[in-house]
Ligand binder design. Structure first.
Ligand code: G6P
Ligand code: ZN
Length: 542
């Protein structure tokens, strides 16, 4: 039986950088998830009889929302729902499934690297038929709809068994429970030289992969250990838990400190990596060397031709604006296009669809390619492994040689988390107000060359996205960027991105914070971080 349930709007369902993210108790309010899901469906056209892919990172509330999605998909007229077994699908695997199954779109349930549990975060994101996050015009429509929604449709179909593989009829719609790993692993086999990787591991190459009790555990076990023959125990924390074991499933130097310490220790394996809650981010650490996401993007792009999937070369590289300029130098050398987009993977979609870019990356630990329309943590790990296998050098050697060829972009991000929203907004407003007066002035002995509020003109669809972060460029190419995070669930997070380019190899490989010290001081002089926020240091440095 299909019911039309009347409801009243919530006024806070505006999708952020990556879908709607809220604390679980917010999502548990009466009709909250239903309102949002119906707002998504109401903003789409032509899905009758078509396929919807659904899955999540396994966090608390995942299964409940999947049941709601299925019951609402029946009532709204979808023909089929494809769902990962146990409700599990990594974000890149979901993107792949949408593409492979020619689905109408998909709902991905995740709050990425944010903690999970009854009082932590949850999220719902809609991905379109290209497998990528809904573009802004679609998320704007969803938000507009959520503000006036008065009813949603749901079918009384009872709970579907998400653990049994196979297809069943649910209220006249097909529900297909699929192995969440199989199609994804098959895709990886087409991109990378699995024989060379098996030989690498056979030769004694040692690796650690920290799945952080999040979604990549089953993927890493299957691909690294079973298919590639990496030693048992290569994948750590590989059982997905609803609360990620109480940790932040955020693969950075703070939350993956254990891995970092091991990689810097005397008995370090050859290669270390980690991924986040939903499997789209990556952390890469060679023995004795952390590789920043911005550097990793540049190095992957410079060497991608060594992997079978990219041997024809790259069409172009795209990076988000706050990501360092390291990739630009690679693009220049390769003679291919480089695109600078706002933060958020959705901005890469058009470039990938139009065949203008092959590889994309962000400073926030996301790297990916045109194989799907999301960033992909394990893909980045496998590409690194393929490069290591082909070059027969250590990660550290590859990094050092890369810097010698292209120069080093010293880079760090300072986050001030959970700042009161008013204070954060006041800081940004004050900064905007003085942008025009900054060029030509000096801070900490460095002359400001230009300052602006980044706006993006999408070269494919002509759309314009304004106010995407404030950039202050110094003479000589150093820069600081200020932006408020679009993914937080409480208060505001101020992100300060600091970058210095160094061409001279004798000045490479030094301590990053020391190399950036004057720029860090300059950032505070320019933005008045201390005075606005009352904080004397960042909460997280990456
Ligand atoms: C998510 C998005 C990324 C984005 C990141 C940081 O992971 O998928 O594309 O770079 O959030 O966003 P934020 O707005 O918090 O800096
Ligand atoms: Zn993520």
């Amino acid at each position: 039986m299909i019911r039309n349930v009347s409801t009243t709007p919530y006024n806070d369902q505006k999708p952020g950088t990556s879908g709607l993210r809220k604390k679980v108790p917010v999502f548990q309010q009466p009709n909250y998830a239903e309102n949002f899901i119906q707002s998504v469906f109401d903003s789409l056209e032509g899905f009758a009889g078509k396929t919807l892919v659904v899955g999540g990172d396994g966090r608390f509330y995942n299964r409940e929302v999947i049941q709601k999605v299925i019951a609402m998909a029946v009532a709204n007229g979808f023909g089929r729902v494809v769902v990962g077994q146990g409700g599990i699908l990594s974000t890149p695997a979901a993107s792949n499934l949408i593409r492979k199954r020619k689905a109408f779109g998909g709902l991905i349930l995740s709050a990425s690297h944010n903690p999970g549990g009854p009082h932590e975060d949850f999220g719902i994101k809609y991905n379109a038929e290209n497998g990528g996050p809904a573009p802004e015009k679609m998320t704007d429509a969803i938000y507009a709809r959520s503000k006036i929604i008065s009813a949603y449709k749901i079918a009384d179909v009872g709970a579907v068994d998400l653990d049994r593989l196979g297809t069943s009829d649910v209220g006249g719609m097909k529900v297909e429970v699929v192995d969440p790993v199989a199609d994804y692993a098959a895709l990886m086999e087409t991109l990378f030289d699995f024989d060379a990787l098996r030989t690498l591991f056979k030769s004694g190459f040692r690796m650690r992969f920290d799945a952080m009790h999040a979604v990549t555990g089953p993927y890493a076990k299957e691909i690294l250990e079973r298919r590639l023959g990496a030693a048992g125990g290569t994948a750590r924390n590989f059982v997905p838990l609803e609360d990620f074991g109480g940790h932040h499933p955020d693969p950075n130097l703070v939350h993956a400190k254990e891995l970092y310490d091991e990689m810097m220790g005397p008995n370090a394996p050859d290669f270390g990596a980690a991924s986040d809650g939903d499997g789209d981010r990556n952390l890469i650490i060679g023995r004795g060397i952390f590789i920043t996401p911005s550097d990793s993007l540049a190095m992957l792009a410079a060497n991608a031709h060594l992997a079978p999937g990219y041997k024809a070369g790259l069409k172009g590289i795209a990076r988000s604006m706050p990501t360092s300029g390291a990739a630009d130098r690679v693009a220049e050398k390769l003679g291919i296009g480089i695109y600078e987009t706002p933060t958020g993977w959705k901005f890469f979609g058009n470039l990938l669809d139009a065949g203008m870019a092959t590889i994309c990356g962000e400073e926030s630990a996301g790297t990916g390619s045109d194989h799907v329309r999301e960033k992909d943590g394990l893909w980045a790990v496998l590409l690194w492994l393929n490069i290591l296998a082909e070059r027969g050098e250590s990660a550290k050697e590859i990094v050092t040689k890369h810097w010698a060829t292209y120069g080093q972009n010293y880079y760090s991000r300072h986050d001030y988390e959970e700042v009161e929203t008013d204070k954060a907004n006041a800081l940004v407003d004050a900064l905007r107000a003085k942008l025009a007066s900054l060029p030509g002035t000096s801070v900490q002995g460095m002359k400001i060359a230009s300052a602006d509020d980044f706006a993006y003109n999408d070269p494919v669809d002509g759309s314009v996205s304004k106010n995407q972060g404030i950039r202050v460029l110094f003479e000589g190419g150093s820069r600081v960027v200020f932006r408020l995070s679009g993914t937080g669930t409480s208060g505001a997070t101020l992100r300060v991105y600091i970058e210095r380019y160094e061409a001279d190899p004798s000045r490479h490989g030094h301590d990053t914070q020391a190399a950036l010290a004057d720029l860090i001081l300059a950032a505070d002089d320019i933005a008045g971080i201390r005075s606005h926020t009352g904080r004397d240091k960042p909460t997280v440095i990456t």
